[in-house]
Design a protein around this ligand. Structure first.
Ligand code: ZN
Ligand code: ZN
Length: 322
């Protein structure tokens, strides 16, 4: 089978590998689609993702495929939790001491086949396509993020960043019936997509916001300025979710006095503890339009140049199709 192996930073090679053989607790999945995530870009550049990458691993964690044994459509939850350690027993499985991450520490979806433990495999309902299934994992991360800021129908939400995550967050906010949700993005086309997906207002930058007050801010860019903007624009007593993955060494400036004066809460969110089933259920309701988030669908051979060149990723989600 063809597989993309990350030998070391910047060296992703498409090679011929043997199709892996599952044990009795595993199944073989023929990959259908695998999304390119910001985390994959970080890993390609040698930065840490959710955990440090093991060299020679096949990346890719946003995947859907077909169970070779039964022909069923499935998604693979990439994070393996041991269910035995202290963190798992305390219901914080994302801090599992024995965590394994598909596409980071074990082989992932940038290959024609992968094996996954039975516990990680979730069947897709009839009305959810394999292409939609490739969004179950990023959606599950968004669901964990939203659980940290308890959104409700009283909230006026502002999302910073109209990339895949920002546009998923926007649609989830609409699904959960927030009062209003708006979005900031520098790129006009992204703002237009946001409007078509139900954003009340869109802005080029926080400077364009004049009267409107936002009490829940979701930062989905991961840059210093946008993190600082998120804190700056938040209404008194509001909550800021710093969701975008920054570079590990990034620092931002915060004035504690300013937080005190506005009684702000700043929070964050780490991967997806058991939220993938919920993500599939939401996809099945039809509430999430994934087509508008897709920039291009590529072959595995095109993956190295897409990871190396940010210009090839600006149009939206890049998805490898097999
Ligand atoms: Zn991801
Ligand atoms: Zn554990």
């Amino acid at each position: 089978m063809k597989a993309a192996v990350l030998f070391k930073p910047y060296e992703l090679k498409i090679i011929d590998n043997l199709i892996p053989t599952p044990t009795s607790s595993e199944m073989l999945v023929k990959t259908a689609y695998c999304g390119v995530c910001g985390t994959d870009v970080h890993l390609f550049h040698g930065d840490e993702g959710s955990v440090p990458m093991i060299p020679m691993t096949i990346p890719g964690h946003e995947l859907s495929g077909i169970l070779v044994k039964t022909g069923e459509k499935v998604v693979v939850d990439p994070n393996y939790f041991c269910k035995k350690c202290k963190a798992c027993l305390n219901n914080n499985p994302n801090y599992c001491e024995n965590i394994k991450n598909t596409g980071v520490t074990i082989n992932g979806g940038f290959a024609e086949y992968l094996i996954a433990e039975n516990s990680q495999i979730h069947k897709l309902p009839k009305n959810v396509s394999l292409l939609q299934g490739a969004f179950a994992e990023p959606l599950s991360c968004c669901l964990h993020g939203l659980s940290k800021i308890s959104i409700s129908s009283n909230d006026n939400v502002l999302i910073i960043g109209g990339g895949t995550i920002g546009l998923l967050m926007l649609q989830l906010c609409r699904y959960y019936g927030v009062k209003k949700v708006s979005l900031i993005d520098l790129i006009k086309e992204k703002r237009e997509i946001a409007t078509s997906l139900g954003a009340s207002n869109t802005y080029e930058s926080i400077n364009m916001i004049t009267n409107e007050k936002y009490n829940k801010i979701i930062e989905c860019v991961g840059k210093k300025k946008t993190c600082q903007d998120a804190i700056k624009i938040c209404e008194e007593t509001g909550t800021v979710l710093l969701f975008g993955l920054t570079k590990p060494e990034e620092e931002i400036t915060i004035k504690p006095f300013d937080l005190f004066k506005r009684d702000l809460t700043i929070t964050s969110s780490y991967i997806n503890p058991n939220t993938i089933k919920k993500a599939i259920d939401i996809l099945a309701t039809g509430a999430i339009n994934v087509e508008k988030l897709i920039g291009k669908i590529i072959s595995l051979e095109e993956l190295p140049k897409v990871l190396a060149n940010s210009q090839l990723r600006v149009d939206g989600k890049v998805i490898v199709s097999y």
